[in-house]
Design a protein. Structure first.
Length: 474
């Protein structure tokens, strides 16, 4: 099935990908789409957003994250409301149309149960990536350290405290490079699995690794416990080796690829994903996406570098504009695969579709500081793995438990209603205000990119479900 995309009132179909090359075709189309989408996605009203497409525009209501195609009367009336640029009048007009209702997200601060921990099992690393938010794993301490088994067991006990049969929890291992403390990972996993089984609790395990220290026996271990394994691969060989090097400057791509081969071959319970940090030095995402998917990765995802430890290679406004076009090109590849019945696990797109399908609307970007916390090697709790050893996001300790006062203060301050310019943005309940760590370090430098990407994925979601009715139920 061929993919038709509409923009600026024009119906543009891609040419036959077997003749022109699907990636090249989509790159050209994505560049045009990105410019149009960036304009259409700009902030307008906090209460409604219009998404042009084939036929009548889509209407997106932030309150409840509802997406639907309006009829001509609705479209005309909402367009007139938006032209007033008076948000109070727009809100009243939507209520009068009976398509909006009471606000579903207020300023109530949740008291969330703990359901996920990430252990900084190794606060050290064998690599020297310049952009590392963790300062090569040492998190600003100036000294490498590792979590001992006793501390890991205490963290597991905290995670499982008060959990009963049927509950679900997640235990993650990060660093630094977590496999520099392989024995700690193995002991903590075995202990957590045994304790969870005794309680009837469903526990999941995950690890994020640079891949350079993976051994063949690790594949069997990850498979046994059903790990979600994320490998940091910042593009294909040339791009990766410019960015992700050992401390002596030597590239790591060939070694990583050799090491992870057994994982890719063995994965059944285990799932192996590639995560690409995007900098101005590795922007040809469509090539990396296609290559990594064909290698057998369970999923492939991209994340722009908005804040680097040394300030180098952070994405500028121009870079983010380029990134939007590249991401849309990847999205078009995803759409083509879906329409032709092929699995194409572009994680950013898969996750976006899931969130749209369940009408996600949230006051925070993630569970950081709420149901999810990070644990330092010495047992201090932080809002997430990025805030290990950061006094701005302290949350208590493994020994004393979660500090409720610190947690409530964090959640109050970080609520999207208390963030600017978030409170007036149509995308606020899908975005949640952006990564806490990136916002605190650099501000909201990526808002236009985020809005553009959300605009495109909403448009894409509707298009796929129109061409393949019921796709979102699969």
């Amino acid at each position: 099935m061929s993919l038709g995309i509409s923009f600026s009132g024009e119906n543009t179909k891609n040419t036959d990908p077997t003749k022109t090359g699907i990636m090249g075709t989509y790159n050209k189309l994505a560049t045009k789409l990105a410019a149009k989408i960036a304009k259409d996605a700009a902030p307008g009203s906090a209460h409604v957003h219009m998404i042009p497409g084939s036929g009548e525009p889509l209407i997106f209501l932030p309150n409840g994250s509802r997406l639907f195609r309006g009829n001509p009367e609705q479209t005309a009336f909402i367009s007139s409301l938006l032209s007033s640029k008076d948000d109070a009048s727009i809100a009243l007009g939507l209520l009068g149309m009976e398509i909006d209702g009471p606000v579903l997200i207020d300023d109530t601060i949740p008291d969330p149960p703990l359901h996920a921990l990430s252990l900084a099992i190794s606060q050290s690393c064998n690599m020297g990536c310049s952009y590392c938010y963790a300062g090569q794993g040492e998190f600003g301490t100036g000294a490498a350290s590792s979590m001992n088994a006793e501390m890991a067991f205490k963290a597991v006990d905290l995670l499982l405290k008060d959990k009963t049969a049927g509950d679900k929890v997640q235990l993650s291992f990060l660093g630094g490079e977590p496999l520099m403390n392989r024995s700690g990972i193995r002991m903590a996993t075995a202990y957590a699995s045994k304790q969870a089984l005794a309680r009837g609790v469903d526990i999941g395990f995950s690890i994020t690794s640079n891949g350079t220290l993976i051994r063949e026996e690790d594949a069997s271990f990850f498979e046994e416990y059903g790990f979600a394994v994320t490998i940091s691969l910042d593009g294909l060989k040339e791009e990766h080796d410019r960015i992700r090097t050992f401390k002596n400057g030597k590239g790591t791509y060939d070694q990583v690829m050799a090491n992870i081969s057994p994982l890719l071959s063995l994965q059944k319970r285990m799932q192996v994903s590639a995560r690409v940090t995007v900098t101005p030095m590795n922007m040809e995402l469509h090539k990396a996406l296609d290559t990594f998917i064909n290698m057998g990765f369970h999923s492939v995802g991209f994340s722009p570098l908005l804040r680097a430890d040394n300030g180098a290679n952070e994405m500028s406004t121009y870079d983010l504009e380029h990134l939007l076009a590249e991401m849309i090109a990847c999205g078009l590849q995803f759409e083509e695969a879906v329409l032709n019945g092929r699995r194409y696990p572009f994680l950013n797109m898969v996750n976006a579709y899931k969130e749209i399908a369940k009408s996600t609307h949230r006051p925070y970007p993630c569970g950081a500081g709420a149901g999810y916390l990070g644990v330092s090697a010495n047992g201090e709790l932080a809002a997430c793995h990025r805030f290990v050893n950061d006094s701005r996001a302290e949350m208590g300790s493994v020994d004393k438990g979660v500090d409720a006062a610190l947690q409530q203060a964090w959640l109050t301050e970080r609520h999207v209603h208390h963030q600017q310019p978030c409170s007036g943005c149509w995308a606020r309940y899908l975005c949640g205000g952006g990564c806490h760590h990136e916002v605190l370090e650099r501000g909201r430098s990526a808002c236009d990119y985020i809005r553009g990407w959300l605009h495109y994925t909403l448009q894409s979601y509707e298009r796929i479900n129109r061409l393949m009715p019921g796709y979102d139920k699969v």
